[in-house]
Structure formats: C-alpha cells, structure tokens
Design a protein around this ligand. Structure first.
Ligand SMILES: *Cc1c(COP(=O)(O)O)cnc(C)c1O
Length: 800
C-alpha cells in the first residue's frame, strides 16, 4: 500500500509523497480503491445477469450514505494496511478520511435506513440496488449565530465526488405536462398518445456499494436532471439563448436540492416533479434491465423484480408502471394491474398526520395528465370493489378513497397498489393495523407486516468504534462480524471485572476524544469523567428535546438553590437540525443554546453540569458522538416515533437508553430486560386515550408542580431571553395549546428516572455490566437481520 500511494501521487500529480497535501493523498487513495472496486463491480453485474436472479430495487428520495473512503477500505479488507501505510508516510488517517465531503442526501432516519439497507444487501450477497436523486445541494449546513440556527447551502459537489460514475449512455427521458390523446384502435382497445410534453433527461450517476469482504459490489443509482441534448445548444439568437438558459436552469432545478423537511409534508410543485422524476427514471430503467437480462414476457416481471418504496414519496411508481405496461407495452388494464401489484411493496414510516402526503388533484392532473387518468381509474375500481365486495366497509369509503376532497392520498394509493405494506417496529405496525389503516387491514389483512428497522453494525460498531471492536473480537472471536447475533456471547463476561475494566477504558478514551472535539469546536472544556448524556436526532416537537431542556433547567435551578448538591457531573450533548420553516423547533434550538450559555458560564455551577449543542449534526458527527455516549435519550411522546435507529446505534456502543415505550425502544427493552434500560412516562395507549377523550390539562401541572411553574415562569419572564417575550411561543404552546406532546405530563417521571440513572452510575460494576449487556443484545438490531426478513418474507430473493 505504501508503494501504491507513493506511485499514485507521483504519477497523477508529479509530486513526492512528502510534499503531498492531505487532499491529494485522499484523492490517491480513492483512485487506488476505485480500481479494485471496479473489477468486482463488473464481475458482480455479470454474475447477476448470468444467473438471472431476482433483483430488489429500493427506491427512495433519500440516501444518507455518509463518507465512503474508510467504510469502503474496511469492506474491501484494506483498512488496517492503509492506516499503517498512512501513518508510516507521516499522515493522520483520520485527517485523510475527513477530507471527504459527507453527502447530505437525506434528512435523518429514513435516508440513513436506506443507506444501512444497501450495506446489508451487498454484505449478505443479495442482488439489491438503490435508486435515488443526485441533489446538487444536500441538506443545509447548520450554524448557530447568537444561538439561532442559520442555514448555509451544501454544495457538496464542489471538489467533485470520487465515488460516482456518470453513465450518460443510460439516460432516459421523462415527460411532464402536455396533453393526452385517446384513440380507439381497430381491436377496440384504447391507445394513448402524449403531445407537447416538456422533456427532461435523467442521467444516472452510479455509486458502488461495497459488500463486506465478499467481492460483491451493488449499485446506488442517483438520477440527475438535464435538458435534452439537442435542446441544450440549439440557440440561434441571443433572445433564444437567454430563454434557453432559463429553461435549462428550471430543468436542472428538478435535481437541484433536497427538501429539508423530516417527517413533514411539503406540497410544492417542485417536490412533486422530483418524485415523478425519480420514479419514472427508475421504472423505465428497471424495465429496460429486465428486458436485457431475461427473455421472459413482462407478464413475468414479478418473478424477477421487486420494488420497495421507502415511504409514500415514490408511490407514483404504481401509476407509472401501469402507464408503461399499458401505453408502451400494450397490456390491458387487468394484466397491467396484476403485474404492478405483484411487484411493488411499500414501507410506511410514520403515522404523524402532518407527514401524510396528499397532493391537490389539480396539480397532478396538470403536471402528469396521463398519470392522473390512471390514478383516477385505480380509485374508481377500488371504490367499486369496496362497494360490491366488502359491504361492511361501504360506510368507510370516504376514509379509504385514493381521491377524496380533491386531493390524492398517497398512502392509500401505496396500500392499494402494493402486495406488502410494512411498518418499521412492532408497535408502529400494530398502530397501523389497528388504528391508522384499520379499514385497509380489514380488506387486505395479508398485506400488512412488520419489519423492525436495523443499522449496519459494520459502520456503527466496527468502523466507528475500532477499539471496542477489537476488545470484543479478543474475547469472543471474530464471528460476530459476520453474524452480529453472536454478540450475545458477551453475556458470559458481564461479571468479568478484568473485561469490564478494559471496556470502561475504551469508553473513557472515546469520551476523551469527544471532549477534545467539543473543545476544538466550541472552546468549552468538558469533564470526560462526567456522564455523557446524549440526545442527537432531528429537532421535532414529538421527539421532545424540550422535555430534556426542562430537566436541565430544573437541575440548574436545584444547584442554584443548593450549591453543595451531591451529584455526579453531567455533560448534556445535543445535535439537531430543524427544518428551516419549523418555527417552534427553531425556538427550541435557541432555548438550548441560551440554557447552554447560562449554565456553562455560571460560576455557581462549578462545572457540575455543562450543556453542549454541536452544530451541523450529520452522519460524520454521529460517528464521533455515539461511541462516547453513556446515556441515549429516546424520549419521544409514546406512539409518535415509528422506530428510531439512533437508539440502536447507541445501544450497540454500550450507552444505556432512557426512553419511553415507543418505537423500537420497546423491542430493546424486550431483549435487554427491564433492569438494563430506563423506561418512563406515558404509554402509547395512554397518549392515544388522552387524544381521543381529552382529560389532560397542562395548566393543572403548572399549578401543582413548583419546579414546572418555576421553569415556565423563567421562560416567560425573560430570564433566558434578552426580552420578556423571547420564548413566548414555547410557553403558550405548553399552557394555552395544552402541551400537545405531554412534556409536562412526563416531566416528573423523567426527573425520577434520572435519579435512578444516577444511582446506577454510582455503582461502577453494575453500570458496566448493564452497558455490556446492551451490546450483547444489540445484534438483533443489525440491519442484516432486517434485510434477511425483507428478503425471505417480502422480496423472496436469494443470496448469490
Ligand atoms: C441515525 C441517524 C438519524 C436517526 O436518528 P433517530 O434518533 O432515530 O431519529 C438521524 N440523523 C443521522 C445523521 C443519523 O445518523
């Protein structure tokens, strides 16, 4: 490796290695690695073609893949020798790897899940690929100015992107707008022609997805929007030229930027264009591939292809596949429907009403006239089916119809057009079946199923926590790397003090590294022996960062009252981006920053607590925080968090969960046992009961709990602000809007559970034992398990 790097630098930039810049070493390494990858990439594709295996296509508006160099070196089995080589050549491997931009092509959990799935598919040797959009601007970069979030554009392609390969020859054409003509053919069937459509080219950029030490390279294909070639340079005069530039710009806008909303619906025309652009390009390509690889009729599509749509964002795949089968391939409705609804499977990610996608039907009719006709027909037939064949559901047709109140309900479309509908954790799937989608579940009970989310243990343990990984391998052997359930062998060592000692040592080192990073980025010195109490995730009311802040203010008030309070020092660590238009979320960011300033510089506190809010939470930052976490805050209002995956990442690195009975927390509790997790607060049933029957009054708690009253009065009285009304919106949301996420209701239980946390932490061996027990059970939450379940229960695909 040393020689290869030296030679690369000499050949490509004519420099001696001693004079090479970090960025140049990074470029050399990616180039060396790409040569290796390309060989196996071609072989993998050839193999898939030869054996004519069934392929799964994971279609998603977001892929939050993180940096790839270190990950690809690891999966290629070259990480150790590369690290050694870099050190010998006088470079710091960490610095070299951080030269790579972290592509922010997703908002949070949903996009990160897609990335973990790709890693597991390749590592388990499944023929599975991703389709997404190559946004020129990823998720904004977050900065704090006077405690406020400001958003900077993320032009991540600035220095080029080493892992993508442009495949101009595989471009496809997408049609928007125009009019549809209907003809009756001689055989009596209808024929459809489109006229005056606006055409957009979809150019694929392929990214290799490297399996773990198995020579499998799958593909993540990201589509980029460009004008048609002959339209690009067809400007005979200046007026036209500028017109063309405007035209070109509006087309390129389609893959221009990622919408920065997490679990929230944005009804913008451009977003609809993005969705159809992704879907049409992907489906066209899937059909093309099918024809290339098989001599079968498209009637057999479902034997060779399965399409998993990640949430409803790509649900236009259903009418798009119908369109191609009927208008281009000549199938009649019945056959086209039969094919489509055996190929598409849908994953639901939320029951939050504000996240449910519905589009104005006029918008779809204008932009996608033929697609609109097909959706209309699907809806007609579906409603008739209920009316004639499901009498007991007749009265519920208004709640089931795909087109209702002049809007198109995408989740309903997705359920009706799919053969599988899955939730992402047990409780979430139960809520779908028994509440949100209950009538659909009555009609199609065989469609509904659960696939609890997972995370790739290769990135989230092996790569981010090499010292812990070595320690685990030393004691139980390397088997867990290929079969993460083997981590369970660690249970034998939970009372082995010499092992626990070593484990503690690794955790301390990780905490020291994070403390260094915190110091570099914020100038604040934190005590690496304090409890690192971590909440990192998108900022959302339902995730209740506010509950966490209220607790911090409460501790602060207590210390001010009693400066000699006996407590273990704590460092509260936050990372969170708010959607730019989400006012209340931004207020909470400002509040956390205000509280941080107040706490961190108050001499009375004497370092007992520190509050650190790191800017620009993303995959790279998560990778630095997670190995250092002692406590993982997973405190969503019960019933609101579909699964969560941050909870799994931290558990796998030995953090103990403080959480509500929500999402996958429940399944974490099931495996680790009540004594190894800190559960508090309202249950989902109680929350749902309150929503349905009221009976909760936040004001009552304000009047009865002195601590709560003090905190809210501080908010209102300007103690945290520069003026009295600074945090009035938070204040009124809690007291006048009756605290829709039950922050006050869960406040006391939250304080109490943290008293238990502190007690547990005081007993070092018990704490370490709990921590190792969590790691031992975390194998269940590897996305390898999740993917095996998708593969055998939904996709019916085999490992090659
Ligand atoms: C894992 C991850 C998430 C999801 O976190 P949750 O706590 O499950 O909401 C969001 N963003 C990033 C960068 C992640 O790595």
């Amino acid at each position: 490796m040393i020689e290869k790097i030296k030679q690369k630098i000499r050949m490509e930039i004519g420099k001696d290695i001693k004079a090479a810049l970090n960025r140049e070493v990074y470029d050399a390494l990616t180039s060396i690695l790409n040569e290796e990858i390309n060989i196996h990439w071609e072989k993998t594709n050839k193999k898939y073609k030869e054996i004519e295996s069934k392929q799964v296509y994971y279609v998603s508006m977001e892929f939050l893949i993180g940096r790839l160099l270190e990950n690809n070196l690891l999966n290629c089995g070259l990480l150790d020798i590369t690290n050694e080589a870099l050190i010998k050549l006088g470079f710091n491997p960490e610095v070299i790897y951080s030269m790579e931009r972290d592509p922010g092509l997703g908002n949070g959990g949903l996009g990160r899940l897609a990335a973990c799935f790709l890693d597991s598919l390749a590592s388990l040797q499944y023929p599975g690929h991703g389709y997404g959009i190559r946004y020129r601007y990823g998720l904004f970069e977050q900065r704090f100015v006077h405690g406020n979030q400001i958003e900077l554009p993320d032009y991540w392609l600035n220095d080029g992107y080493a892992w993508e390969v442009r495949k101009a020859e595989e471009a496809v054409c997408i049609h928007f707008n125009g009019i549809v003509h209907m003809f009756k053919k001689n055989d009596g069937n209808l024929e459809f022609k489109y006229e005056n459509t606006d055409k957009v080219m979809a150019i694929p950029y392929d990214i290799p997805i490297v399996g773990y030490q198995n020579n499998v390279i799958n593909t993540l294909r990201l589509w980029s929007a460009e004008p048609l070639l002959h339209e690009k340079n067809d400007s005979s005069n200046e007026v036209n030229h500028y017109h063309d530039l405007g035209h070109q710009h509006s087309i390129e806008q389609i893959s221009g930027f990622l919408y920065p909303d997490d679990s929230n619906y944005e009804g913008k025309l451009l977003r609809l264009q993005q969705q159809y652009f992704l879907v049409s390009a992907s489906i066209q390509h899937i059909i093309l591939n099918f024809k290339r690889n098989h001599s079968l009729s498209l009637f057999h599509l479902s034997e060779k292809v399965v399409i998993q749509i990640n949430d409803t964002h790509p649900s236009l795949a259903i009418p798009e596949l119908m369109r191609i089968l009927m208008d281009d391939e000549g199938f009649g409705w019945e056959k086209a429907w039969d094919i489509t609804s055996r190929v598409i499977a849908y994953t639901n990610h939320t029951t939050l009403s504000e996240a449910l996608e519905t589009w104005p039907k006029e918008m779809i009719r204008q932009l996608l006239p033929r697609i609109y006709m097909i959706i209309d027909e699907i809806n007609e037939r579906f409603c008739k089916n209920i009316w004639y064949n499901h009498h007991h559901l007749r009265e519920h047709i208004p709640k089931m119809a795909i087109i209702a109140d002049d809007r198109i309900h995408m989740a309903r479309l997705a359920i009706v057009g799919s053969f599988s509908v899955n939730g992402v954790a047990r409780i979430h799937t139960e809520i779908l079946k028994n509440k949100e989608m209950k009538y659909f579940n009555v009609m199609f009970p065989e469609r509904f199923n659960n696939k609890t989310n997972g995370i790739t243990h290769r990135r989230w343990l092996l790569k981010v926590n090499p010292e812990l990984s070595h320690l685990i391998t030393d004691i139980i052997g390397p088997e867990w790397i290929r079969r993460p359930k083997q981590l369970i062998s660690l249970l034998k060592y939970t009372k082995d003090h010499s092992f626990l000692e070593k484990f503690d040592h690794v955790k301390q080192k990780n905490k020291q590294s994070l403390a260094n990073l915190i110091h570099e980025r914020t100038g604040i010195i934190v005590d690496h022996q304090s409890i690192f109490d971590v909440q990192i995730k998108r900022l959302h009311e339902y995730k209740r960062q506010l509950l966490n802040v209220f607790r911090i203010i409460n501790v602060y008030n207590e210390i001010k009252n009693n400066p000699n309070l006996d407590m273990i020092p704590r460092t509260f660590i936050f990372g969170a981006k708010a959607a730019p238009s989400y006012h209340l979320a931004k207020e909470v960011i400002k509040l956390i920053n205000k509280v941080a300033t107040m706490v961190n510089y108050d001499p009375d506190i004497r370092g007992k607590i520190k509050v650190i809010f790191l800017e620009n939470y993303n995959v790279s930052l998560a990778e630095k925080i997670i190995p250092a976490a002692d406590i993982s805050e997973q405190i969503s209002t019960a019933s609101k968090e579909a699964s969560g995956t941050g909870n799994m990442k931290m558990m796998m690195n030995g953090a103990l969960t403080v959480g509500t009975l929500d999402g996958a927390n429940i399944e974490i509790k099931d495996v680790v046992g009540d004594q190894n997790i800190f559960i508090f607060g309202l249950s989902a049933e109680e929350v749902i009961h309150f929503y349905q029957n009221s009976g909760y009054n936040s004001i009552d708690i304000y009047h009865t709990d002195d601590r709560v009253r003090r905190i809210l009065d501080q908010l209102h009285g300007g103690e945290f602000g520069t003026h009295e009304i600074e945090f009035k919106d938070i204040y009124y949301n809690i007291l006048s809007n009756n605290d829709p996420y039950f922050v006050l209701k869960d406040f006391e239980p939250f304080i109490e559970i943290h008293e238990l946390v502190e007690q547990a932490y005081r007993d070092r061996w018990t704490w370490l034992q709990m921590s190792v027990t969590n790691i031992a059970h975390s194998g269940k939450f590897s996305s390898d398990r999740t993917i095996q379940e998708y593969a055998s229960e939904i996709w019916k695909i085999k490992q090659v």
